[in-house]
Structures are given as structure tokens and as C-alpha cells.
Write a new protein. Structure first.
Length: 74
């Protein structure tokens, strides 16, 4: 998954992978939803943290769909 990216991503990589704008990328970082660290003023995101975020997001979406489907609502 994401083989074309280095192990450390920057904001532009994050934007490309998630197909989001710059503001949303910074919002995900500043809210702590995606773990990161800084090297000087530059933000670096370990690729594993992005994969973890995606997996958490998919799990949360699937669980909410399952709860709705269990109630017989589509």
C-alpha cells in the first residue's frame, strides 16, 4: 500500500493520498487525528500513521453501517 511514497510523508503527500485540500490536511494534523512530528518547521508523517488513520476511519464507518443495518435500515 502506498509503495510510491517514502516512509516519511509531508503535507503534500498527505493531501494527495487522501485527496483533500491543504486546510483539511492541516486540520487532521492539528486535531491529532494523524500523528506526526516536526523537523524544524517541517511536518513529517510516518507512513504507518497514515495507514493507521485510514484503517481507523474505515473501521468506524463500517461499524456505523453495521449498527444501522442491524436495525433493518439501509
Amino acid at each position: 500500500m502506498f509503495d510510491k511514497y517514502n516512509d516519511l510523508l509531508d503535507i503534500s503527500d498527505l493531501q494527495e493520498v487522501l485527496d483533500v485540500g491543504r486546510s483539511m490536511a492541516y486540520r487532521l494534523i492539528s486535531s491529532g487525528e494523524i500523528n506526526h512530528f516536526k523537523v524544524g518547521k517541517k511536518i513529517r508523517i510516518p507512513k504507518r500513521e497514515l495507514v493507521d488513520y485510514i484503517e481507523r476511519s474505515c473501521y468506524n464507518n463500517d461499524s456505523s453501517r453495521s449498527a444501522v443495518n442491524e436495525k433493518g435500515v439501509d
